[in-house]
Design a protein around this ligand. Structure first.
Ligand SMILES: [Zn+2]
Length: 96
């Protein structure tokens, strides 16, 4: 599987580590609702089809990416750079 890193270009997925579900929202640090924290830590969907995931380009630019990947076919339909330089880098990746 190739992941098109916006900073490095197409790279083997072996250069990346999986960072989990990109749709999970962390509760606020002062949130004391144990059910929300339990859901944040343990509850995950197991969807078929497109799924948004976090990937870390560990053996490359070390940026975090949000990847939209079909979990059945492994086709990647979108890759977005995360972090402070994301806006500039992602502007050049439109339509990929
Ligand atoms: Zn990269």
């Amino acid at each position: 599987m190739l992941i098109h890193c916006p900073a490095c270009g197409p790279r083997s997925h072996h250069e990346f580590t999986y960072g989990g579900d990109a749709t999970i929202v962390r509760p606020a640090p002062d949130d004391t609702d144990i059910a929300r924290w339990q859901a944040f830590v343990y509850d995950r969907e197991n969807p078929r089809g497109d799924h948004q995931e976090l990937w870390h380009h560990v053996f490359g630019c070390r940026h975090w990416l949000k990847v939209t990947r079909n979990v059945t076919t492994h086709d990647i339909s979108a890759v977005e750079l995360l972090g402070p330089h994301a806006k500039d880098a992602n502007a050049g990746e439109a339509g990929r």
